[in-house]
Design a protein around this ligand. Sequence first.
Ligand code: MBD
Ligand code: FE
Length: 314
Amino acid sequence: MTVKITHTAEIQKFFEEAAGFGNDNGSPRLKRIMLRILQDTAKLIEDLEITQDEFWFAVDYINRLGARGEAGLLVAGLGLEHFLDLLQDAKDEQLGRTGGTPRTIEGPLYVAGAPIAEGEVRMDDGSEEDVATVMFLEGRVLDLDGKPISGATVDLWHANTKGNYSYFDKSQSEYNLRRRIITDAEGRYRARSIVPSGYGCDPQGPTQECLDLLGRHGQRPAHIHFFISAPGYRHLTTQINLAGDRYLWDDFAYATRDGLVGDIRFIEDAEAAAKRGVKGRFAELEFNFQLQKASSAEDEQRSRRPRALQVVGA
Ligand code: MBD
Ligand code: FE
């Protein structure tokens, strides 16, 4: 027996009251959003005949998700963060704001305030020297005509050989594998780092618990995150996802896109290694970024998403 009451005037009035429409205080924007959440949730409960047990399981799940700080991980895994990119792409298309390096999701693991270097930097603290493959990453930041942008900020972060990120993984040193590089006169950035491994959700965490029930894995391919910014240009949030990774096109967070695959080359050549000042097998990865012009001051900034260590001016 299906009973439907959500559409009735009585219930609609009740949710309007709960969303604050009966008072003149608070935020009109939030009231509007909240009313919609209540109406749509009620309709969902009704249409799918959500049981009491299912409802209270979900409430407890939200508590556990928040307690573990995994809300940002779940929205990535459910494709909602990628959806925001697709929506912005569609808006840009309509406004003719096309061209340049594609955007892709930031993910939940950025930390503000990484050390700043001019042109060139080493990103790893050497702690994985015996297990990691050294990676030489370099490229240029260009405008849509291919002209170099000097003084651009390349803010990049990636995982270690275990797929873990510093700050969230307290066993790593502060800002390990996180740097900001200011491009040189040719728009070039250079980093010596280590080849990252792909990330996997905590098998014991609430996000993986949900993915298990969806019959899905929680793995990402090896990747490197970037915020690229420069005065007069539109902020770019993107990633390089590494070719050859088994999860390259099976990313649980749907971040891999055409134009964002990095052709990492592994080199076994003693002479080339010596020239680079390293021993044994190493990797090279070249990747250029192209930025659109900004059409407002706001355009130059990354989103105001709350992040770890929100540092003033960083
Ligand atoms: C990551 O490293 C990541 O990039 C995303 C999107 C989600 C979880 C971990
Ligand atoms: Fe990541």
